[in-house]
Design a protein around this ligand. Structure first.
Ligand code: ZN
Length: 92
């Protein structure tokens, strides 16, 4: 991804598809399942989930914390993780 600060304080994001990966269906991001009251922050950029104080890869968080073995699917709230925030603001 290229990020450029242009005139008039406009930020332009240019992305290129490098590789397409096939992944198994992930129920946690399917909106048709009932959701938990507890909110789990998910980074909108890298899709990591913050579990307690640690950002985990989505697949790792599901397996490590058994997120899909519960009767309701965890609710996600979107934010940005510190690592992505640093990479996005490093050019400023
Ligand atoms: Zn992130």
């Amino acid at each position: 991804m290229d990020i450029k600060l242009e005139n008039n304080n406009i930020v332009r994001f240019v992305t290129k598809e490098k590789k397409i990966l096939q992944q198994d269906y992930i129920r946690i991001i399917d909106p048709k399942y009932p959701k938990s009251i507890e909110l789990f922050p998910m980074c909108s950029w890298c899709k990591k989930i913050k579990m307690e104080t640690v950002w985990e890869e989505l697949d790792q968080a599901i397996n490590k914390y058994g997120l899909l073995t519960q009767s309701v699917t965890p609710s996600l709230t979107h934010t940005i993780c510190e690592e992505c925030y640093k990479s996005l603001t490093s050019f400023m």
